[in-house]
Design a protein. Sequence first.
Length: 349
Amino acid sequence: MFTCTGYAARDAATPLAPFTFERRDPGPNDVLIEILYCGVCHSDLHTARNEWQNTVFPAVPGHEIVGRITAVGSDVTRFRAGDLAGVGCMVDSCRSCPSCQEGLEQYCTPGFTGTYNSPDAVSGGHTYGGYSTHITVSEDFVLRIPENLPLPAVAPLLCAGITTWSPLRNWGAGPGRKVGVVGLGGLGHMAVKLAHALGAHVVLFTTSASKIADGKRLGADEVVLSTDPEAVAAHAESFDLIVDAVAAQHDINLYLGLVKRDGTLVQVGAPEQPLPVAVFSIIWRRRNFAGSLIGGIAETQEMLDFCGAHNITSDIEIIPIQDIEKAYARMLKSDVKYRFVIDMASLKS
Ligand code: NAP
Ligand code: ZN
Ligand code: ZN
């Protein structure tokens, strides 16, 4: 074991603060990563504030991790010390259930090991995430980072990127398809970029008038202010797919009404309270209301390689870790352009 420093929430009401803890030394199949940057996902905030009522404290959030490998175990074959590496939302899974066999570890039957807030089957206790100096991870859950992309702007691909890529691919976003994105935050801005790069006609729905120009710059063909009923109604029954990335309560039936016959609204945003669905929203036009959880390791690598080939990264604001509470406060006001990324060098200052 070795000592690691990071930032942790001690309980749901106290600001995150410096925290020292132990991590395991790399075993034969592990790599040790010095964390250079970590993205700030709204799930970190839901967890720190115990909004999903499953947080084990102290909680070290962070699952958009990029860094450099400093040591590898004796049986590691895919990485060497000095390589760049990424870690997303998972650090392990059972590896034998049908979902794991299909490369869909996020749907592992007994449950995958989350990068934070999961029981740690190897070291005991629970897992601590990327708001920290180092992490030890099985090489099977480590991603290769395209060398041509700016490293801090790659970090958010590890959650925001894959969480939107997976449903876009699963429901066939591409040329000739009309794809809606609801909410221009961390996930939403990656959905816009990726759907555009996949060749779909992209329509962004935002509550923020100040984000209209950005929506177009990021790749939306059309931007609709969701508070304007006429502008929303103009898109009735027209979407093949809508990806809803809103982190708070909102009227889901408004968007279900925009889906065409047999089309799908996929929910990736995870507000703490239920989102009531009026059954006639889905009976009418045989619509599908679906959910999607992050993405598997193989599809995460596919997404990273696609981003490398198409020069896609996240639009970021780099912050020192000491500003994490300010970042959370801005996130709650939908004032993020469009992902905060922590420069982990600030932990040493
Ligand atoms: P974020 O950066 O805070 O973005 C959320 C966006 O939702 C906001 O920027 C805002 O966009 C919109 N919004 C916020 N409050 C709203 C309201 N009351 N009504 C309508 N729109 C509102 O959050 P994120 O990191 O992208 O995460 C989004 C959600 O996805 C979170 O709940 C997170 O936990 C969840 N998530 C799920 C998965 C998964 O596997 N399914 C993975 C990661 C995260 P506008 O200003 O454009 O309206
Ligand atoms: Zn996340
Ligand atoms: Zn499994």
